[in-house]
Write a protein that binds this ligand. Structure first.
Ligand SMILES: *Cc1c(COP(=O)(O)O)cnc(C)c1O
Length: 222
């Protein structure tokens, strides 16, 4: 099952972010032994514990909502922050990345779901942000693309349309602000329940947790 997932993603050149939340370092090591190197956490404290306990060649992605006061804790090592949804957050990431003498990759999170509770920018907010002189002065962050979470629903057509919306937003931003920036190329969309739809709609990065850990449990040791 897991090999099949990995093969399918490879065929489509989609990166797998293995979401390790709620799983202990020993379990995560099993994924590491199978060759996975990109791990995602949605909480800063959990990421810190695991980063300290696991091999240093792991790429850590913060995928959940990030509070500005916690940025400094992860700035020294985090590879990518998926859920950037304000200029204030971006400025703080830039400040802390500069102190660590690093450039931190970021994705802009867009609100594509019909649920009111999900975080994310609206398109006009993002346009305003990207046009601002403040944004243009940020040298220690790179906006590498967009991220979104679809509505939690059985309605496949709705989920598909939400992913398609995110792809359209990506295209607009690419054409307007990032045409000459090859690093602006990522569309982080798709989780355990909807990753196939996301890949069909142009995902470049899926964030999958329960599906791979369930597969590990069912397969037992390799
Ligand atoms: C937990 C989580 C995922 C993975 O969810 P699964 O359904 O376990 O695959 C993906 N993205 C975010 C932001 C998450 O918090």
């Amino acid at each position: 099952m897991m090999d099949e997932l990995i093969t399918t993603l490879k065929t489509h050149q989609v990166k797998l972010v293995a979401v390790t939340k709620n799983h202990a370092p020993e379990e995560i090591m099993e994924l590491y032994r199978r060759g996975l190197r990109i791990f995602g956490e949605n909480r800063v404290q959990e990421m810190l514990l695991k980063q300290a306990a696991l091999p240093t060649d792991i790429e850590w992605h913060l995928i959940g909502h990030l509070q500005t006061n916690k940025v400094k804790l992860i700035a020294p090592f985090v590879k990518m922050i998926h859920a950037v949804d304000s200029l204030a957050l971006l400025q703080e990431i830039n400040n802390q990345a500069r102190k660590a003498d690093r450039v931190v990759d970021c994705l802009l999170q867009f609100h594509i779901a019909s649920e009111a509770t999900k975080f994310g920018l609206e398109v006009d907010e993002a346009l305003k942000m990207l046009q601002s002189t403040v944004f243009q002065s940020l040298d220690n962050i790179r906006i590498c693309g967009v991220m979104g979470m679809a509505t939690f629903t059985e309605n496949q057509e709705q989920v598909r349309l939400e992913f398609r919306t995110l792809k359209t937003i990506f295209d607009t931003l690419k054409n307007t602000f990032f045409e000459d920036k090859p690093y602006f190329k990522e569309r982080s969309m798709g989780m355990s329940g909807d990753w196939q739809l996301a890949v069909e709609e142009g995902s470049t990065m899926v964030r999958i947790g329960s599906l791979i850990f369930d597969a590990l449990t069912n397969e037992g040791p390799p």
